[in-house]
Design a protein around this ligand. Sequence first.
Ligand code: GAR
Length: 190
Amino acid sequence: MTKKKIGVLISGNGSNLQALIDACTKADYPASISVVISNKADAYGVNRAREHGIPAHIIRHEDYATRDAFDDAMQEMLLHHSVDIICLAGFMRLLSPVFVARWRGRILNIHPSLLPQFKGATAVRDALAAGVKETGCTVHLVTDEVDAGPILLQARVPMLPGDTEESLRERIHEQEHRIYPEAVKMIIPA
Ligand code: GAR
């Protein structure tokens, strides 16, 4: 089996990156991670990658004059590592339409809500504030529209009495870690 090469883009803790790393250690998983890129110098996910011997690079968006220039720097790094599929895993930067077009059908995102509900950067807080009975998480293909694009997998997470943003986020994370590796498999032909 020739494994597809994943490039993971992160901005923070990288627990979803960890779930992907763990899936990729299995012999029958059809992909491996060839590079991790963080736009934040202090992202803990960079340590996770390096502990597993995965090349991890910091490309700070502040160091580039334009979004296109930043995206071009990432593109160069991804091509250098022969990446086939990009996984956004808590990557909190908008990507340019040119970049998204280059990776059409091969770039996935995970989002902590049942899209199309609660798009944006505060989805967990927004679900709590809205008083909904359940929320969840979604893995979808990335298109020009933020937090939209064809849905690959979703998981439901019920609200529990006394839930805080932290307790809810923790249960959503558990489901994210389960569905992200599954969703990656879905776009890889058997
Ligand atoms: C995840 O919950 C992911 O769904 C969310 O950031 C978190 C990253 O956690 N992404 C977004 O909100 C994107 N709009 P992690 O760094 O531990 O994987």
